[in-house]
Design a protein around this ligand. Structure first.
Ligand code: HEM
Ligand SMILES: *[C@@H]1O[C@H](CO)[C@@H](O)[C@H](O)[C@H]1NC(C)=O
Length: 320
């Protein structure tokens, strides 16, 4: 009898320990009672933003990546700078580049109308990223939820954790590995560059000075990206030259044809360890889609604030 109760006490303690340490207590049904209209509310706002400007789907997807890679998916990216607070919006990877914050504000205010004070900005970014991919023709998935919003942000971490477009393959692998993501997941998530635009300043060196680039592609891009640094820095070019507003596997086909826009893009197909995976995705959209979905869910699990940590912000731009 005594040994039986000792055993059950031990089991109960082990269970508690397991629950307490299991990484993320996120769940797809987190708001099903507290905000049953959440998904329809978010989707209709994302949809009208994308109908208004097709590129917005790309911009919104990128916000989730830039949030998750900086101390976890905690909405820290959305906090505005103030006179006594330095946020992440002016960090090197975001300044003059990250966009869509007004759309996030619209989504948040529509969600506040149906369920005030319930849904975090971090979760809104996660749902918005999924909806953007779906609206542009990509795969769907069930989004895990229950993240809470940070009361802090880190410009230094944003500068250091989001890889720059000058990265080598080994730099890319190590920056994703620092977030618990494998090289395979890095290559799958990079398929996000099948949508959206980049600025001349981020691909100038590649189109003028690199050799692993299709020459007619390079000359097309030179047309709107002058050689001299400082001129036309913000001129845009599509990351996927064929279908920049359709979520498909053309990104990988471009890489195989040496038409990656960023130096970092072409690193994934440049005679190294990830070539075969790029080739597989270029021939097999369903393999890409399922790997992309699994990797997005994993990225969404990076260090969420849960339980009584953080807060549910009322306005995504500032702490309560
Ligand atoms: C693998 C490392 C990555 C690097 C080095 C990288 C770098 C970049 C750069 C330099 C731009 C253009 C920014 C500008 O010129 O203003 C960009 C755009 C974009 N990135 Fe990435 N990125 C990476 C991974 C990702 C991931 C994992 C996602 C999403 C899950 C993503 C989504 C996007 C999207 C959608 C755009 C276009 C945004 C728009 O048009 O507003 N990127 N990225
Ligand atoms: C982050 O990078 C920007 C742009 O290079 C720089 O102005 C800023 O001082 C950096 N911030 C920190 C905290 O290192």
């Amino acid at each position: 009898m005594a040994s039986f109760s000792l055993l059950s006490t031990t089991l109960a303690l082990l269970l508690l320990l397991f629950l307490g340490t299991s990484s993320a207590q996120l769940s797809t049904s987190f708001y099903s009672n507290s905000c049953p209209n959440l998904f329809t509310t978010v989707k209709s706002t994302v949809n009208s933003a994308i109908q208004n400007e097709r590129r917005m789907g790309a911009s919104l997807l990128r916000l989730f990546f830039h949030d998750c890679f900086v101390n976890g998916c905690d909405g820290s990216l959305l906090l505005d700078d103030t006179s006594n607070f330095i946020g992440e919006k002016n960090a090197a990877p975001n300044r003059n580049s990250a966009r869509g914050f007004n759309v996030v504000d619209n989504i948040k205010s529509n969600v506040e109308k149906v369920c005030p004070g319930v849904v975090s900005c971090a979760d809104i970014l996660a749902i918005t990223a999924r909806d953007s991919v779906v609206i542009l023709g990509g795969p769907s998935w069930n989004v895990k939820l229950g993240r809470r919003d940070a009361r802090t942000a880190s410009q230094a971490a944003a500068n250091n954790s989001i890889p720059p477009p000058t990265s080598s393959l080994s730099n890319l692998i190590s920056s994703f590995s620092a977030q618990g993501l494998s090289a395979r997941e890095m290559v799958a998530l990079s398929g996000s560059h099948t949508i959206g635009q980049a600025r001349c300043t981020n691909f100038r060196n590649r189109i003028y000075n690199e050799n692993n680039i299709d020459s007619s592609f390079a000359s097309t891009r030179k047309g709107n990206c002058p050689r001299a640094s400082g001129s036309g820095d913000n001129n845009l070019a599509p990351l996927d030259l064929q279908t920049p507003t359709a979520f498909d596997n053309n990104y990988y086909k471009n890489l195989v044809n040496r038409r990656g826009l960023l130096h970092s893009d072409q690193q994934l197909f440049n005679g190294g360890s990830t070539d075969s995976q790029v080739r597989t995705y270029s021939n097999n959209p369903s393999t890409f889609n399922s790997d992309f979905v699994a990797a997005m869910i994993k990225m969404g699990d990076i260090k969420p604030l849960t339980g009584s940590n953080g807060e549910i912000r009322k306005n995504c731009r500032r702490r309560n």
